[in-house]
Design a protein around this ligand. Sequence first.
Ligand code: FAD
Length: 395
Amino acid sequence: MSADSKVSDSFEIIVVGGGPVGAAAASALSRQGFKVALLERGSAPPPYAAADYDLRVYALAPHSARLLDDLGIWPDLLARRASPYTGMRVWERGPEHALRFDCADTGRAELGWIVEHSLVVDALWAGLGSVVRYERAVIESARFDDSCTSLRLADGSELRARLVVAADGADSQLRGLAGIDTVGWGYAQRAIVCHVQTQQPHRAIARQRFLASGPLAFLPLADGRCSIVWSAEETLVQELLALDDAAFMARLGQALEHALGEVVQVTPRISFPLRLLHAQDYARAGLVLVGDAAHAIHPLAGQGVNLGFADVQQLAATLVEARDAGRDWSGLRNLQRYGRARKAANLEMLALTEGLYRAFRLRLPGLKAALGLGMEAVDRLGPLRAWLARQAANA
Ligand SMILES: Cc1cc2nc3c(=O)[nH]c(=O)nc-3n(C[C@H](O)[C@H](O)[C@H](O)COP(=O)(O)OP(=O)(O)OC[C@H]3O[C@@H](n4cnc5c(N)ncnc54)[C@H](O)[C@@H]3O)c2cc1C
């Protein structure tokens, strides 16, 4: 820090990044009695506009719903627009051979809920309560320390805290400033996202077909349409994006093997690059990583934000337990406890997702047969099927 920077304010915890995971972290930690600030590079999210169904949706698992309930916003989300899904169908060739996950496998009334990104973020920001917010705040430098981390902002001010929580996404600036390495790769793939109306009703079932070019998901929306996430190589994505609506709907219907009949209506299409990323450390003196700042995952298992919400639950529990026991809650040893717990769980999900992606994409029949991972075989393996269903529901 230069001598002319002024300490604008001090907090116990500063969360950097106001996306779904950062906003949830700020809210959860503030509710536990910590003095918290939330610092976002952009503006506060615009108010949720129900008329514009957000193209970006999350498949929220039950544990994510529990966190949002603890934060007091779940009933509001349910009332405004959340689409429960009660089953999943996953197949490679022929929807009639699909691997079936149903509520009965998990003993729940639903496997999860499809909820719009903009609704989740809007509700989380509305529930920030006493969290002090800094919007359009640009970090210039950071100094990490066990007892006090300081952030120098572009306007010359300085913020201090015992702990900084990096929730600043996959390109995390704080992770870079702390010198934390990552492992991972781009898939040379993008995901096309849009909403469609199909001839046949979705019946609250999420469907995913593994094509050689990548997975295609149809997620059931509350208004009867489906949200599409279609992952494929760059060249195919460019080709699909360039098609007119009629040609795109025909390709989409074929790609799903007409499991819901023809696709009869489509919104504009957008696309996102896909990558796998994992931080080598989740904790350093005065800093922890949560959400995509710590791990980015292929969307085929729909787990990205769910892993981030699980990070938040673990972090809050670890900090509160140490504080209530009179231990140094922001000390590196305690932060490493959080890191160890989440790294193991996140790596398991990264490996499972990566294994599924490769098994289907590389089309290794020998390997799949050896592993007994043919879809029909998995369907017959009761306990494995139930285990996969539990993983999918993250129960
Ligand atoms: C095509 C696609 C489909 C997906 N579908 C699903 C799904 O169905 N289910 C699911 O669970 N997940 C899904 N994901 C993943 C999910 O979107 C991410 O896991 C999730 O957005 C991560 O949330 P986050 O808050 O960690 O990061 P982000 O959403 O990236 O938010 C980061 C925030 O930090 C801010 N920020 C960045 N840098 C700074 C800085 N230096 N200073 C201050 N603020 C900063 C940003 O402005 C942003 O607000 C999908 C992803 C893709 C690409």
